[in-house]
Design a protein around this ligand. Structure first.
Ligand code: SF4
Length: 352
């Protein structure tokens, strides 16, 4: 492990680098409003900064305060979130905004434990809010921090195991410049994103090169270590876009599954890929329509999620001779209003 001298050196060199050489610019940097910090952190979980930025700006624009967000309708927020994925984040965002409005009178809590108790906020996000908004001495530990510290200190414990996580979290806390928590946390994350990058880190221009264990032991390309391989499950979704000249048939996903609370067309999930004839049979067995309408394959798509591969075939059924007055169920929505509903990416592309 690192000597006290090396620890001190690391912290002061990192702050120097931040003050003089950190040119990474992001719109939420230097932000002191805990609501905006929280929003940016939730949006950025499992999302690249370039992809998250337009979402962040849309949210800030439409809901400038946490109370504005709490007062929004669920469907408006899901619609705004559409395309970002990991919809449980969106559900937690709404739940937390409403807790802050009701329990904290719309004012973001100011101490770490209260922040950590909010829904969907883990150690990392709580430390980010506490340090960036209030300069409280809590070290953030995200993927960048794991990588920088595992390499610099030569930690070869898997970072997805409990021991590795514990060792790095405690080292991060020791290295934190307690009176400059906001600057330090920003510095280490930016350093990981721009210098000690996952691939092709810029070791030759790195201020830590002389004392970096991974550099001297030639283990930069293998650190940090991950032990678990994610098992990806394949699922086969047969979507059927059922439409009349004026309406689409849609439903809300309510089961505890991916994309809960989003909408979808008629869906038949199968355990393997099926063809048009097989789908016709399944549809007739379900007796969904009084008569058999022509079924046309529009396109096939694949979407990779963290643990699932969704293999979608999208079909179309056009019903032209239907009595419009029979369409007043919740499932039939006017075509001109389809943009109000949030769908998984594969379907939103069909309706856009
Ligand atoms: S020398 Fe290379 S591996 Fe070590 S901290 Fe610097 S950039 Fe990262």
């Amino acid at each position: 492990m690192l000597s006290n001298q090396l620890k001190k050196q690391f912290t002061s060199k990192l702050l120097d680098w931040h003050a003089n050489e950190n040119f990474r610019s992001l719109p939420w940097k230097e932000e002191k409003d805990p609501y905006k910090i929280w929003l940016s952190e939730v949006i950025l979980q499992q999302t690249r900064a370039e992809q998250g930025l337009p979402y962040y700006l849309k949210f800030i624009n439409q809901y400038p305060t946490v109370t504005d967000l709490a007062n929004a309708k669920d469907n408006e927020i899901f619609k705004l979130w559409e395309g970002l994925g990991y919809y449980s984040r969106c559900r937690n965002l709404l739940a937390t905004a409403r807790i802050i409005k009701e329990q904290y009178k719309g004012i973001f809590p100011k101490n770490y434990e209260d922040i950590l108790n909010l829904k969907g906020i883990g150690n990392y996000t709580a430390a980010a809010i506490a340090s960036f908004a209030y300069n409280l001495p809590y070290a953030v530990v995200d993927g960048n921090v794991y990588r920088v510290l595992a390499r610099y200190a030569g930690i070869d414990l898997p970072i997805d195991g409990n021991e590795g996580k514990k060792v790095i979290a405690s080292l991060a806390q020791e290295l934190l410049a307690a009176n400059k928590a906001a600057a330090y946390n920003q510095a280490i994350m930016d350093f990981g994103a721009s210098i000690c990058k996952p691939k092709n880190p810029l070791c030759l221009e790195c201020p830590f090169q002389r004392n970096c264990k991974a550099y001297s032991e030639d283990t930069v390309s293998i650190l940090p270590i991950k032990s678990k391989k994610i098992k990806v499950k394949s699922r086969y979704f047969n979507y059927i876009v059922v439409e009349t000249p004026t309406h689409y048939w849609i439903e809300k996903r309510t089961a505890a599954d991916i994309w809960r609370d989003l909408h979808q067309t008629l869906l038949i999930e199968t355990d393997k890929k099926i063809n048009l004839q097989q789908l016709k049979k399944l549809l007739s067995g379900k007796n969904i329509f009084k008569k058999a309408y022509p079924l046309v394959l529009l396109q096939s798509k694949e979407q990779k999620l963290s643990h699932q591969l969704i293999i979608s075939s999208i079909y179309n059924i056009k019903i032209n001779n239907i009595n419009e007055s029979s369409l007043n169920t919740d499932n039939w929505v006017p075509k001109k209003e389809i943009f109000k509903y949030a769908f998984p990416k594969t379907l939103s592309e069909i309706f856009s």
